[in-house]
Design a protein around this ligand. Structure first.
Ligand code: TRP
Length: 334
């Protein structure tokens, strides 16, 4: 138990988790619990770098937790918690701010992207977002950080900050590695299969949610963009739509691409899209039902968050105390 490697990741609170998040993240996370000591948090503090509706932010972490558990993240085996419940995140984040360079943060592609798309709210939190993320990771001595490819730069910055800090004070932080899943790391939008599936494109049906109703899922797949050929064949460059559907179908059914290619040999795209839709409906049916059951039991979900925050605080505070001591802060007399 003690010697297990530590995994930590976070997702922004959202009641609407996508098929892409399921395939790229949640599905893999559930399978890691026996081998690793896993911490998964709902990063409400990161979420407020963009303006949030308070009533929504009060609700979405519950919806997200229900879906985490329904997707197989057993709260007995994983530490599931809300970032703002563990005070050490804010505390270490401030310290690390003082060991992170303005130039480093200016080079973060996510910051450049988000600030150029959101010119009316380029707040300091958006700029120092990666520092809070570094605190998240370093507090738990995480070995591996499962993230999408877009977050790799933030994990690398975390290492740079840790190396700088360790260089001054000795071995305080463990250096984390990003852990990027190979299969299904990039499930694409069904309408624009050259873009990653994202909640921001929900309106046109390109994005499928875990909690979508079966008829909505079927509609999204029936309307999925394909190409002008007729053969189901894996070729991400020339056939991004079909290749994406093949990835999804492969995850749902466990079938290899070659098996899928022969299964649909000579059949039309219409048939294929319908089968993929049905496979996703069946994949999500038990998850949706379980999520709904869990959501009706708020007291249970609260107990999970409470236990998670206690366990997380214990580890996090150990690291924070060490850091405070190293930098010379006087311990509060008891
Ligand atoms: N920045 C991550 C994202 O947008 C979310 C996140 C916050 C995170 N803290 C983290 C991921 C710590 C991994 C580890 O996806």
């Amino acid at each position: 138990m003690e010697n297990k490697k530590i995994i930590l990741s976070g997702i922004q609170p959202s009641g609407a988790m996508t098929l892409g998040t399921y395939i790229g993240a949640l599905r893999n996370w559930a399978s890691l619990a026996d081998e690793y000591d896993c911490y998964y948090m709902i990063v409400d503090m990161h979420a407020i770098v963009a303006r949030q509706v308070p009533a929504t932010l009060r609700k979405t972490p519950f919806e997200q937790l229900a879906q985490y558990i329904a997707c197989g993240l057993d709260p007995e085996k994983n530490t599931l918690f809300i970032q703002s419940h563990v005070l050490a995140h804010a505390q270490l984040s401030w310290v690390l701010n003082c060991y992170t360079m303005f130039g480093e943060l200016s080079r973060m592609t996510q910051f450049k992207d988000k600030s150029s798309r959101n010119e009316e709210n380029i707040n300091a939190g958006l700029f120092t977002y990666p520092v809070l993320q570094a605190a998240d990771i370093l507090l738990y001595n995480a070995d591996l950080v499962p993230v999408g490819a877009d977050q790799k730069q933030h994990v690398e910055l975390t290492r740079d900050i840790a190396v700088r800090f360790n260089g001054i004070y000795g071995d305080v932080f463990k250096l984390p590695e990003p852990y990027i899943p190979k299969v299904g790391a990039r499930i694409m939008d069904l309408q624009t299969p050259i873009n990653k599936m994202s909640k921001s494109d929900i309106a046109d049906g390109g994005c499928v949610l875990i909690l979508d109703k079966p008829e909505d899922i079927m509609r999204s797949f029936k309307r999925a963009v394909t190409d002008s050929e007729t053969s189901v064949r894996f070729d991400t460059e020339n056939k991004p739509g079909i290749s994406n559907l093949m990835q999804i179908y492969s995850v749902c059914t466990g079938k290899e691409f070659s098996t899928i290619e022969s299964e649909f040999d000579g059949k039309g795209y219409g048939d294929f899209k319908k089968q993929v839709g049905e496979a996703v409906v069946e994949l999500f049916r038990p998850i949706r039902e379980e999520s709904e059951k869990l959501l009706a039991d708020k007291a249970y979900l609260e107990s999970v968050f409470k236990a998670g925050a206690e366990k997380a605080s214990y580890s996090a505070n150990k690291t924070l105390r060490k850091v405070y001591k190293k930098i010379g802060f006087i311990e509060k007399p008891r």
